[in-house]
Write a new protein. Structure first.
Length: 267
């Protein structure tokens, strides 16, 4: 199944500066407030229980840190969870954008810390690849190749077919490409993107109006549009990597994968 999500950004909201993800907010996802930590822990516990029951060693895990309803999306951020990480049971490896900065860094966190951010909804997704591909992912994500595919210049809406910037989901996708492609096919980001394109990866499509783009450039340290060609800028339709597009691609590549979701009510 391929996802090709076309998301419409409304012009309402004072030229797009008042709300959600392109609104000049300093953090794509914010640290959790103390009052929310108990609920976040409950969500992480549910995810841990499902992962343990699955028998998986490696899984993709996603969270809903920001409101993406206007894009038709639920999950904002993805990481790779490893059951037997040297630091403990079920640690996650992912890319973070520090608040107020246009750069990114790689990190590993416990599953509980991964979900301990300000969550818009208490939804989580787990994708368990086939055993064969779990081994490939484990080998690649914890090899020198994975950090070499990291690009420090962060862009929340980075172009999937450009190496100028990178968003957190894009790094996970490109390392996944290195894992699933034939051996020695992917040794850099350009090769990763070429293999993804020829292997059927379909980015999500986001419609961003001119006023929203202007507001983003003026007020957001993590949103840029200068990695796009003239056609995208003229049309206002931008390709980007999302959790949902990664899940769709993994589904396309791995018929042995399984998927589960968890939802907790906010109250």
């Amino acid at each position: 199944m391929r996802w090709n999500l076309v998301c419409t950004l409304a012009l309402a909201g004072v030229l797009g500066l008042a709300e959600p993800i392109f609104a000049g907010q300093p953090c794509p996802e914010k640290p959790a407030a103390p009052k929310d930590t108990v609920k976040n822990l409950q969500l992480a516990t549910k995810v841990r229980e499902r992962l343990e029951a699955s028998g998986a060693t490696v899984a993709f895990v996603g969270r809903a840190g920001i409101d993406l309803r206007e894009f038709g999306l639920i999950y904002s951020h993805v990481g790779l969870a490893w059951r037997d990480h040297p630091r403990g049971r079920w640690f996650t490896f992912h890319l973070l954008n520090p608040c107020g900065e246009g750069r990114s860094e790689l990190t590993d966190q416990s599953l509980e810390d991964f979900y301990n951010v300000e969550l818009f909804t208490y939804d989580a997704i787990m994708v368990m690849p086939s055993k064969e591909n779990q081994l490939k992912l484990l080998k690649t994500f914890f090899s020198p190749l994975a950090p070499s595919l990291h690009h420090i210049d962060y862009n929340m809406v980075s172009n999937p077919w450009s190496t100028k910037y990178q968003n957190s989901n894009q790094w996970v996708l490109e390392v996944t490409a290195a894992a699933l492609a034939p051996e020695n096919t992917v040794n850099n980001r350009t090769q990763a993107q070429a293999w993804l394109k020829q292997s059927g990866f379909v980015p999500s499509k986001t419609v961003i109006g001119a006023f929203r783009r202007l507001g983003s450039r003026m007020f957001s340290p993590h949103v840029f549009f200068d990695d796009r060609d003239g056609d995208e800028r003229m049309s206002g339709v931008y390709n980007t990597v999302t959790v949902e597009s990664i899940v769709a691609f993994v589904t396309l590549q791995d018929r042995g994968m399984t998927q589960e979701t968890v939802h907790l009510d906010r109250r």
